[in-house]
Design a protein around this ligand. Structure first.
Ligand SMILES: Cc1cc2nc3c(=O)[nH]c(=O)nc-3n(C[C@H](O)[C@H](O)[C@H](O)COP(=O)(O)OP(=O)(O)OC[C@H]3O[C@@H](n4cnc5c(N)ncnc54)[C@H](O)[C@@H]3O)c2cc1C
Length: 517
C-alpha cells in the first residue's frame, strides 16, 4: 500500500457553510475538504447542502434596539428548557462578529436605505435581527461567496465527488477515514477529522432537506463510538409544498416560507374552511394542526389569494416558480402543503471547541449537537451556529500539531460501499411513526423494523437511534410530541446515546415473539 500524499492533514467533510468556513478559518494551515459535490456541476461546491437552500437569513443581534442578551433570551425560550445556557450566551454573542467575518469573505448581505444591514423579523424573535441576502436567497449567496474564497485558497485541497463512509480508529483515536471517491475506495490517514455533514431530514419521506442529508456523518461517528445527543428533536416545517403526486418521497419538498403566512395567507382544507385560528403560532403547533387535519382525511392548502393575489409573484418569486413548475398558480390557486422534516436539533455531542467523545473527531454545523437549540430551534439560529462552530473547530485544530494519526487499520473496498440499501423503507417508517405525532406503539413498531437493518445499514442505524431516543422521552417538549404523553415533564433532561447502547436497547424488540401458552 503506497502512502497517500494527503496523509497527515486535517480532513473536513462537507461543503455547506460549516465545512467551507472551517477550511477558510484554518488557512493558511493546509487541510483537505472532502465534498460529495461535483466541482464541474453548475452549483459547484455548495451543491447538496442545506446551506445553499436557506431562505430567511442569519440571526445576529446588530440592530440599534437589540443586544446579545435579548437574542439569548429568545433562544432559551424556544429551546423549552433544554438549551445549554453557556453555549447560548457564547453563540448569540458571536452574531455580530460572524456577520463581519462572512462579509470579509465576500458575502453581500442586503443593505437598508441607511447603509446598514437590512434586518428582517421572524417568529419568536423579539427584535428585527435576521440578516439576509438577495431577499430570500441568503444561503445561496453565502455558499457562493465562501466557495469562491475556498477555491482561491491554496492551503485547501478539495476532493470532490467523495463521500465519507467509515472512520478508522486506533486505540480509540481517529487515525483515518475511508471514502468512496468516484466509485473507488480512498483511504486517508489523519488524526484530525471534522464532520460538517449537515442534518438528517432525508431520513423522512417528507423533507425540505437535500435527500443526501440523511445522517451519513452521524452514522460514521456513531459507528466509531461517538455519543450522539438530543436525537429525538427534529423540527418539522408545517408548510412544505405538497405537489408532485406519487413522486413525493423521491424528491425534497420545496419550502413555502413562514413569511407567506406572515403576509396573511391562511390554512384551509378542501372545502375552503380554516381549521386553526392562528396560522402564525409556533412552528410545531402549526405542524401538529396540519398533520392532524391530513390524518383525518382532509387536504390542506395555504391560501394567499385574498391577502396577496397578484403581489405573490413579486414578493415570492422563488416560491411562485416552484409552484408553477408543479402546475399550481399561487396567484389564483391555494397551494397544497404538508409538514416535512426540516431541521435536526440533535447530532454528534460536542464540547465548546467542537470536540466529540472520540479523540481526534470534531463536528460543527447541523451535524453537531452543541446545546444551542435545546428542544427546538429558533428560526435563523442554525446558519449562525454553523458559522460560529466552524470558527471554534478551526481554532481548536490550529492549536494542535498536524499529525498523521496513530498507525491503524486500512480501509478496504467493502468499507467504501454505499450503506443505504433500505433508505426508502427507512423513510417510510420514520415518516409514519417518528414524525410530527409520536406514540409508544408506533415508536416500538419502528424499532422492530429498523433494528434488524441497523447493523449493516447507515440510514437504519440513525433512524433507530432517533426512534429509541423518542421512545425514551415520555413527555412532549419542543419539536418532540407524544400523543400518549402530551404533557411536559417538570424537569427536562438532555439525552445521549451511543450505537452500542442503541443495539442493546433494541435487542428485546428483535427477539421472536412468544405465543402465550
Ligand atoms: C429549505 C431550507 C431553508 C432553510 N432556511 C434557513 C434559514 O433561513 N436560516 C437558518 O439559519 N437556517 C436555515 N435552514 C437550516 C440551515 O440551512 C442548515 O442548518 C445549515 O445550512 C447547515 O449547514 P451545515 O454546513 O452544517 O450543513 P449543510 O449545509 O447541509 O452541508 C452539509 C454538507 O455535507 C455533505 N455531506 C453529508 N454527508 C456526507 C458524507 N458522508 N460524505 C461527504 N459529504 C457529506 C453534504 O453533501 C453537504 O455538502 C434551512 C434549511 C433548509 C433545508
Amino acid at each position: 500500500m503506497h502512502p497517500n500524499p494527503l496523509d497527515g492533514r486535517p480532513v473536513i467533510v462537507g461543503s455547506g457553510l460549516a465545512g467551507l468556513l472551517t477550511a477558510l478559518t484554518l488557512a493558511p494551515q493546509p487541510c483537505i475538504l472532502l465534498t460529495r459535490a461535483a466541482l464541474d456541476g453548475p452549483a459547484g461546491l455548495g451543491a447538496c447542502s442545506s446551506s445553499a437552500w436557506a431562505q430567511g437569513g442569519l440571526a445576529a443581534a446588530i440592530g440599534a434596539d437589540d443586544g446579545p442578551a435579548l437574542h439569548e433570551a429568545d433562544t432559551l425560550a424556544a429551546g423549552d428548557g433544554l438549551c445549554d445556557p453557556a453555549v447560548v450566551a457564547a453563540i448569540t454573542a458571536a452574531g455580530p462578529h460572524v456577520i463581519d467575518a462572512l462579509a470579509r469573505h465576500g458575502v453581500r448581505f442586503d443593505r437598508a436605505a441607511s447603509g446598514g444591514y437590512a434586518l428582517g423579523l421572524e417568529a419568536a424573535h423579539s427584535r428585527r435581527r435576521i440578516v439576509h441576502a438577495q431577499g430570500d436567497a441568503t444561503g445561496a449567496e453565502i455558499v457562493r461567496a465562501l466557495s469562491v474564497a475556498v477555491l482561491a485558497t491554496p492551503s485547501v485541497t478539495v476532493l470532490d465527488g467523495t463521500v465519507l463512509r467509515r472512520i478508522l480508529l486506533s486505540d480509540g483515536q481517529v487515525c483515518g477515514l475511508v471514502a468512496d471517491r468516484h466509485g473507488s475506495a480512498l483511504t486517508i490517514r489523519t488524526g484530525q477529522l471534522v464532520l460538517a455533514t449537515g442534518g438528517l431530514g432525508g431520513l423522512f419521506r417528507d423533507t425540505t432537506n437535500p435527500l443526501s442529508s440523511a445522517g451519513g456523518g452521524l452514522a460514521a461517528a456513531a459507528r466509531a463510538g461517538a455519543r450522539l445527543g438530543d436525537l429525538e428533536f427534529v423540527q418539522f416545517h408545517p408548510t412544505a409544498l405538497a405537489a408532485g403526486g406519487p413522486s413525493i418521497g423521491d424528491a425534497s419538498l420545496k419550502l413555502v416560507s413562514e413569511a407567506v403566512r406572515g403576509e396573511g395567507a391562511v390554512l384551509v382544507d378542501e372545502s375552503g374552511a380554516r381549521f386553526m385560528e392562528n396560522e402564525l403560532a409556533p412552528r410545531d403547533v402549526v405542524s401538529r394542526a396540519v398533520w392532524r387535519h391530513l390524518s383525518d382525511g382532509h387536504q390542506v392548502f395555504l391560501d394567499a389569494r385574498a391577502c396577496l393575489g397578484a403581489r405573490f409573484e413579486t414578493r415570492f418569486p422563488g416560491i411562485t416558480a416552484a409552484c408553477r413548475a408543479r402546475g399550481i398558480d399561487p396567484v389564483t390557486m391555494p397551494i397544497p402543503v404538508r409538514p416535512a422534516a426540516h431541521y435536526h436539533m440533535g447530532g454528534i455531542l460536542v464540547d465548546r471547541d467542537g470536540r466529540s467523545t472520540v479523540p481526534g473527531l470534531y463536528a460543527c454545523g447541523e451535524a453537531a449537537c452543541t446545546g444551542l437549540h435545546g428542544a427546538n430551534r429558533l428560526a435563523s439560529n442554525s446558519l449562525l451556529e454553523a458559522a460560529v462552530t466552524a470558527e471554534r473547530v478551526a481554532d481548536a485544530l490550529a492549536g494542535t500539531s498536524m499529525r498523521p494519526g496513530p498507525a491503524g487499520p486500512h480501509g478496504d473496498e467493502d468499507a467504501a460501499r454505499p450503506s443505504g440499501a433500505s433508505l426508502s423503507q427507512v423513510r417510510e417508517v420514520m415518516n409514519r411513526h417518528v414524525g410530527v405525532l409520536r406514540d409508544q406503539a408506533g415508536l416500538e413498531e419502528a424499532v422492530r423494523v429498523l433494528a434488524p437493518l441497523a447493523k449493516a445499514d447507515d440510514p437504519a442505524l440513525i433512524g433507530l437511534m432517533v426512534t429509541l431516543s423518542a421512545l425514551g422521552r415520555a413527555e412532549s417538549r419542543g419539536g418532540h410530541f407524544r400523543t400518549d404523553h402530551p404533557e411536559r415533564a417538570p424537569i427536562g433532561l438532555r439525552t445521549g446515546l451511543t450505537a452500542a447502547e442503541a443495539f442493546q436497547s433494541a435487542a428485546p424488540f428483535t427477539q421472536p415473539r412468544r405465543l402465550a401458552s
